[in-house]
Design a protein around this ligand. Structure first.
Ligand code: CU
Length: 78
C-alpha cells in the first residue's frame, strides 16, 4: 500500500529514493514523504532539541486507517 510518512519536531531531507538520488522537486526540507507501495527512501534529519521526559517525538503514517492500525511510534532524542 501507499503511505505518507510524517515525523514531528523536525524537517528531513531525502538522500535516496529506491536507491537513486531523489528528483529535484523532492530535495527540499520535508516533514512528510509519499511512499508508493514497495518503495523505500533514505533520509537525514537533525534535531536541534532533545526530547524531555514524558514528551517523545512521534512518527506516523498520515492515512488514518494505517495510523489506527499501528503505523505510529514514538522516539526520543538525546
Ligand atoms: Cu500508511
Amino acid at each position: 500500500m501507499d503511505h505518507n510518512f510524517h515525523i514531528h519536531g523536525a524537517f528531513f531531507q531525502l538522500l535516496t529514493r529506491n536507491g537513486a538520488a531523489p528528483r529535484a522537486y523532492e530535495t527540499g526540507l520535508k516533514d512528510t514523504v509519499y511512499l508508493p507501495a514497495n518503495s523505500r527512501v533514505e533520509a537525514i534529519v537533525q534535531y536541534s532539541q532533545a526530547t524531555v521526559v514524558g514528551a517523545p517525538y512521534m512518527y506516523h503514517c498520515h492515512i488514518l486507517e494505517h495510523e489506527d492500525a499501528g503505523m505510529m511510534g514514538q522516539f526520543t532524542v538525546v
